[in-house]
Design a protein around this ligand. Structure first.
Ligand code: SF4
Ligand code: SF4
Length: 146
């Protein structure tokens, strides 16, 4: 992460607006929370969309050799998930956006109606279906800056 830009892999555009707490371990959860609050405090921060390990993966116990190795098959699932999200949101790999724009797009395009098919296979799906969008995140994203 450089000061005014976060690198976020495509499918995490769906996870971040739904995040409340938890994750794989304390360090992971703390880092994810820090990133969520960084976005909430500065909705104009730049987000570079990537298809490899990002600022969230950086503190994940499953990142090894710079790829996701949670299970032998997971890296393929993750890459497919990144591609699916890029297609759904009509975004390009390595493009840079304002956090506000790209997370509003994600919230608009992926909802309780279609998340089951988009995130099929994710271990957190039932949880994300249950909790939905974090309203505080959405509110902070759209707060006036003046
Ligand atoms: S499980 Fe894989 S994709 Fe998810 S945060 Fe960890 S390293 Fe990244
Ligand atoms: S179901 Fe999985 S991939 Fe989809 S938003 Fe939730 S944590 Fe992210």
């Amino acid at each position: 992460m450089i000061n005014n830009m976060l690198k976020i892999r495509a499918h995490h555009l769906l996870c971040i607006p739904r995040f409340y707490s938890g994750g794989y371990n304390k360090v992971f959860g703390k880092n994810l929370k820090r990133i969520c609050f960084k976005i909430r405090k500065n909705p104009n921060i730049k987000i570079k969309i990537i298809k490899k390990c990002d600022d969230i993966c950086n503190k994940c116990p499953h990142k090894k050799d710079n790829i996701c190795k949670k299970t032998p098959k997971l890296n393929y699932w993750i890459l497919a998930q990144d591609n699916k999200v890029l297609k759904k949101l009509k975004l390009k790999e390595n493009s840079v956006h304002n956090a506000k724009d790209v997370f509003n797009l994600s919230i608009d395009k992926v909802n309780s109606e279609n998340i089951r098919s988009i995130c099929k296979g994710c271990v957190f799906l039932e949880n994300c279906m249950h909790i939905g969008i974090n309203n505080s995140f959405k509110k902070d994203l759209n707060k006036r800056s003046d």
